[in-house]
Ligand binder design. Structure first.
Ligand SMILES: *Cc1c(COP(=O)(O)O)cnc(C)c1O
Length: 487
């Protein structure tokens, strides 16, 4: 058995503080009081209200939270091969920059003259993102990819309203992230399903057959959520434009193509970027993030306001934007995330950003080639930043994707993304990212192969997995239907 990074041992059980507390314990000791009690009434009120705080000593509390912090798994702990999420290592220098007092303490209500530094960061970040994508103008306001999509859909709506056209539908591929149809529907567009061809990419003819003058356009993701490059993108966008439509590009997979693909030349009119995926903000716990949108010139007038404008050598916020879709966010979005992206881009430089993307693609193809003998490859084409397998081979001896994913946990690996995208039954989607070195990839591959071998020789072991974790396999249906929220 190859050793993964996980071993059992000093992983400590930890009860709830309520179970741990014992009446009379205290985190401090004070001298006997020599003045009358002033707060006794309040104490009684508290007791009557039924709030039952546990009595704990200082060491109880410190150990409790320290142990819990050790249960956390993050990219700073180990490889996090979750496809579609770009869980790459985020250099600490970017955190440090965002925490610089002048930035972290800047008040959003300060006048423009007193905010020149922060406005400059925003203005320059917009320029960098425009350069990286090939687009003309940028708004940093959206706070997440999904909000970027919604902003894009509001831009679509504003554009057609201004033109006096009423269009109601939008084409969305079956491989799209679920947020795509949700964002479109929120803005009143009816999603029309575009079926991908068997090779996992969009078929030009299918798009041509469905595109008409009642359709605002298309939302596509490139590279798509199967990790494949939509090679016909220029033909597809030409079809949409010929019918007066617009093209939304979901840029969540930018990590594969930084400084490599010119999206404007591909025919994209609006795209969002997930700064928290590609540009150095740790994510996974629900935020904060940033999903700036990059647009072509004709959509610039509709961008959320205020705009950051540079006149001569000074910066100001422009509120007089008559065609703007308005504000999407209080103040300017999640500013610290913007600073981290700015710092990341400057510290990497154009050449290294491109190299990072090339390495991300190389690593994904390395994993793909290394596991293809033991796992069924969903698509034959070389991949971009992630590769998709399925459990087709293992199904023959009654092992599923879930069993393999759970057994990886026993060996100290966070599982890859499973059962997504939905177009691949039993999908296993692996995105190693550029920040894993070859030794770490080799260890992961060797462990994955061992897990598969174990499954063939002793299926029950996999079906029981994980077995050395504190919590064993959960009944996921029960957990979803009848969640236990005691605590
Ligand atoms: C992550 C992701 C999104 C959504 O981004 P959030 O920042 O989580 O809202 C949209 N599309 C794709 C392809 C993604 O991977």
């Amino acid at each position: 058995m190859t050793h993964g990074p996980g071993i059992s041992g000093l992983i400590l059980e930890e009860p709830l503080l309520w179970e741990k507390g014992k009446q009379g314990r205290s985190a401090f000791s004070m001298p006997e009081q020599d003045v009358p009690e002033a707060f006794s009434e309040i104490d009684e009120n508290l007791l009557e209200s039924g709030i039952d705080f546990p009595d704990l000593s200082e060491v109880d509390v410190v150990r409790h939270y320290t142990r819990l912090s050790g249960w956390n798994f993050g990219v700073d702990t180990g490889m996090y091969p979750l496809g579609s999420c770009t869980m790459k290592y985020n250099p600490k220098i970017n955190e440090k920059m965002a925490a610089t007092p002048g930035i972290a303490m800047a008040h959003p209500l300060l006048a423009d003259e007193l905010s020149q530094g922060t406005l400059q960061v925003m203005f320059e970040l917009q320029t960098f993102l425009a350069n990286l994508t090939g687009m003309d103008a940028v708004s940093l306001q959206p706070a997440a990819g999904a909000q970027g999509e919604m902003a894009g859909m509001l831009l679509f709506a504003a554009y057609f309203r201004k033109k006096g056209e009423k269009r109601t539908k939008i084409l969305i591929p079956d491989t799209a992230h679920g947020t795509n149809p949700a964002s479109a529907a929120l803005c009143g567009f009816k999603p029309v399903l575009l079926e991908s061809s068997p090779d996992g990419t969009l078929d030009v003819q299918t798009v041509a057959d469905l595109m008409d003058e009642e359709t605002v356009g298309i939302m596509l993701t490139n590279p798509n959520t199967l990790g494949l490059f939509e090679e016909s993108i220029r033909e597809i966008t030409a079809i949409i434009h010929a019918k007066g439509g617009l093209v939304y590009g979901d840029g969540a997979n930018m990590n594969a193509v930084m400084g490599i693909v010119d999206f404007k030349r591909c025919g994209v009119d609006v795209m969002h970027l997930n700064l928290h995926k590609t540009f150095s903000t740790p994510h996974g716990g629900g935020g904060p993030g940033a999903g700036p949108i990059c647009v072509v010139e004709k959509l610039q007038p509709f961008l959320p306001k205020p705009w950051v404008i540079k006149t001569g050598s000074s910066y100001h916020l422009e509120y007089d934007c008559p065609d703007s879709i308005g504000r999407l966010h209080a103040f300017f979005g999640n500013f610290s995330v913007l600073v981290k992206a700015y710092s990341y881009i400057l510290s990497m430089g154009a050449k290294n950003l491109k190299k990072a993307s090339q390495l991300a693609v190389l690593n994904a193809n390395y994993v793909r080639e290394s596991l293809r003998d033991v796992l069924h490859l969903a698509y034959e084409k070389p991949c971009m930043h992630e590769c998709v397998f399925s459990d087709k081979i293992q199904n023959e001896y009654k092992i599923t994707t879930l069993d393999m994913a759970k057994r990886l946990i026993d060996h100290g690996y966070h599982p890859p993304t499973i059962y997504f995208p939905l177009v691949v039954p039993g999908a296993i989607m692996i995105e190693p990212t550029e920040t894993e070195n070859k030794d770490d990839l080799d260890q992961f591959i060797a462990v994955f192969k061992d897990v598969i071998r174990e499954g063939r020789e002793d299926g029950e072991r996999l079906r029981q997995a994980p077995t050395i974790t504190k919590i064993r396999r959960l009944d996921e249906t029960l957990a979803a239907r009848r969640p236990c929220l005691v605590g």
